[in-house]
Design a protein around this ligand. Sequence first.
Ligand SMILES: Cc1cc2nc3c(=O)[nH]c(=O)nc-3n(C[C@H](O)[C@H](O)[C@H](O)COP(=O)(O)OP(=O)(O)OC[C@H]3O[C@@H](n4cnc5c(N)ncnc54)[C@H](O)[C@@H]3O)c2cc1C
Length: 430
Amino acid sequence: MKVAVVGAGWAGISAAVALADAGHDIAVFEMAPQAGGRARSVAGEPDYDNGQHILIGAYRDSLALMRHLGADPEQVLKRLPLALPYPGEPGLCLPPGPPLIAFARGVLAHGGWPLSARLGLLAAAGSWLARGFRCDPRLSVAELCAGLPGPVKRDLVEPLCVAALNTPAPQASAQVFLRVLKDALFSGAGSADLLLPRRPLSELLAGPATAWLGKRLRLGQRVQRLESGWRVDGEAFDAVVLACTSVEAARLANSIAPDWAATAQALRFEPIITVYLNSPGSALPAPMLALREGPDAPAQFVFDHGQLGGAPGRFAFVVSGAAPWVDRGGCAEAVLAQAQRELRWVTPPVVDKVLTEKRATFACTPGLARPPARIAPGLWAAGDYVDGPYPATLEGAVRAGLAAAQGVGADAATGAGAKGAASGSPTNTP
Ligand SMILES: Cc1cc2nc3c(=O)[nH]c(=O)nc-3n(C[C@H](O)[C@H](O)[C@H](O)COP(=O)(O)OP(=O)(O)OC[C@H]3O[C@@H](n4cnc5c(N)ncnc54)[C@H](O)[C@@H]3O)c2cc1C
C-alpha cells in the first residue's frame, strides 16, 4: 500500500519504519526542517537538546527502534542503576538484582528516612502490587499516596510523579502513575535503570531515522489538508497515519471524524522549562541529582553534561509541571538562585540558555479521555497522547507508532481502508 505518515517525531518515525519494514510504500511529511519532534536537538545548535530527556530500561520498544536504525543504546546512552540522590544526601538507590528484592533492599537501606517511613512505603507498594497496580481511575496521585509518610511523598512520590507524568501530584492520574511504577520498578531486571543521553538527542533517533528513510522523508512540508479516500494535500494514498501533535491531528481529522477530533482537541497541556547554566570547572557529585522544589526553587532535577559526554561545565536544570513559572516569569533567575543555594560551584554559574516548551506533554489528569488510535478505517493516529496506559513519553510515542502501523496492516487485511473509508467533507484548511 501507499501510506502517508504525517509527522516525524518518535511516533511518526516508529510508524514509518514499521510500515516500511512490512513492505509498504511510505511518504513521511514533516513540517519542521528536521525530524525528531519534541525529542530532538535544537535547530542550528546541535549541542543543545530541546529539553533534557531521560529514558529508562523499561523503554523496550524505543531501544529496539534505536538499534534497528543503527544507534547503539549502549554507546549513546549512559546506563545507571536507579538512584535519586539529593545534594549532600545519597537518597534512594536500587541495588542490582530481581526488581522486587532490589526495591525492598533499596528502600530499607535509605539512610535519610526513619524506619517507619521505609516500612510505610514497603507496605503501600505491597498493597499496590496485590491490587495489580490498579486503582479507581478518578484518583489523583496525591489522593493515592495521602497515607504515605511525609519524607516518602517529598523525596520520591512527588519528584517521580512530576518527572514521569509532567503533572503535579494533586492533579496527576494515580492509575497512570501506578502503571509507570509497575513497568519501571517491578518489571524485568534493569527496567528501572536510568538511561541518560551521552550524545545530542537527535543522534538517538532522528538522525539515524533521517538517513534510513532517505527520500521517503519530506522535510519542511506541513500537511494542510486531508480528504477521506485518502488524499493528503491532494496526493492519493491507501492509508494515513496522523503522527503529528494532537492539535494538528484534530484539525486534519475534524471533518472526517468530528467526535475523535473533539476528544483530541480537549486535551490540555503542561509546560517544561529547561534552564542551561554554565560554570566552567564545576561538576556535580553524580550525573543527575534530584532537587527539592519549592515556591522559590523551580527545578526538580539537574544533569551534569560534562559527566554525560557533553560540554564540561554545562548543567541542565529541569522544571517540569512548569505552568506556575510560565505564568509568573523569572524562572531562569529563580533556578540560578536555587543552584547557588543548593550546589557547590568552582566558578559562579551563569544562565546560558532557557528553553520553554509550553505544550511539552498533555496534562495527565485522573479519568482523562484520550482519543483512540483508530480514527476511521485506514486512518490512524500515532502520538504520545493517543489512548494508552502511559503518560506522554518517548516510549508511549514509539508504541503508539507501532500500534498504528499494525492497525493499517489489519485494516488492509480485512478490506477496510481507502476504499472502505466513509466519505467525509474534504475541508481542513487551517
Ligand atoms: C522539554 C521536554 C522534556 C521531555 N522529557 C522527556 C523525558 O525525559 N522522557 C520521556 O520519555 N519523554 C519526555 N518528553 C516527552 C517526549 O518528548 C514526547 O512524549 C515525544 O517526543 C512525543 O513524540 P510524538 O511523536 O508523539 O510527538 P512530536 O514529537 O510532537 O511529533 C510530532 C511531529 O509532527 C510534526 N507536525 C505537526 N503538524 C504537522 C503537519 N500538519 N504536517 C507535518 N508535520 C507536522 C511536528 O513538527 C513534529 O515533528 C519530554 C518532552 C519535552 C518537550
